[in-house]
Ligand binder design. Sequence first.
Ligand code: FAD
Length: 326
Amino acid sequence: MSDILVYALHYEGAINKNSLGAVSEAASLASQIGGEAHAVVVGEGVSDDLAASLGNYGVTKVFRAEAPEGLAQPVVDVMAKIMSEQGHQYAIFGGGLLGFEIGAGLAARLGAGVTMEVTQVNVVDGKLAAERPILGDSSISTSTYKDKGIIIGRLNAFEAKENDPPTPATVEDVQVELSPFSTKAKMVQRGEQRGADVDIEGADILVAGGRGLGKAEGFELCDELAKAFGGNTAVAATRAVVDAGWYPYAAQIGQTGKTVAPKLYLAAGISGAIQHKVGMQSSENIVAINKDANAPIFEFSDLGIVGDLNKILPKLTEAIKAKKGG
Ligand SMILES: Cc1cc2nc3c(=O)[nH]c(=O)nc-3n(C[C@H](O)[C@H](O)[C@H](O)COP(=O)(O)OP(=O)(O)OC[C@H]3O[C@@H](n4cnc5c(N)ncnc54)[C@H](O)[C@@H]3O)c2cc1C
């Protein structure tokens, strides 16, 4: 059987956008390989409406399990049981750290093949073939699977497509006994990170900050400048700083983050590593501030300012405010 199972992450009564993309992608792929796409929702008291709403994105059936949501191991238990008993050949995740963790655990549990950071899935001879960029996005590696395959998308790789008219899915409750080690971790707090809802991909102007900001509070300089620009402006970040916890992952640009192409990309304290460059090189205008005249970012900037961002950013903010008459 060539059915595909998709994990649908949800929070406060809404399904995660990347999960909806994975659901739509799975539905389209299942129709091409003669199978069905199903989803799984995990949590305490997930409503019929929320579970069934996944049908609007193309799945015919939703498995619902009472288990802790937002933690990897309970979801691995749930998905491993469903895939083993119902014979799903593939699992697809929309990306994000939780998807990576669940997908890896599921692959180990089922002895399945796993591909992460997938940007496209094709059908070759009736089977799924997952593409992921490698070597700083300069090449594509294609994975096929001998038996079961776990495919984990890069964030925003799959587009959510709503059916018109809506077609609710059937909801089937599944009972799963969690492994003893799956109940060791407890969810202490769940919430949105500061800036997690910022739409950096849709912004016209991005003020991006890197390690050169020195500390988390350094981002206030970027926030101030973004506020002075006003309009459709957002603050973005490098991986180095999101890994350090200075700014939310949702704002990360680059190979393992988001790809952007704003009208103006202003980089403050960013060295311009290849993994960052691949996510912003299509920006219309690139302005970089860096104290090191040999920083790689100057090689692909339209305008480079060599100097200390702690002096330049506030001056730039003042100049923009003055120009705008505020
Ligand atoms: C598999 C893989 C995937 C990756 N994916 C990504 C990704 O998606 N996105 C990403 O961004 N990175 C990614 N990276 C990390 C990447 O290689 C770099 O480490 C990262 O981009 C560096 O971030 P940075 O520019 O903030 O820090 P740094 O490289 O440390 O640069 C800081 C810069 O700030 C300048 N500076 C310091 N103080 C000041 C000051 N006062 N005024 C002005 N300038 C100053 C310095 O001269 C330096 O150029 C990835 C790496 C790997 C291995």
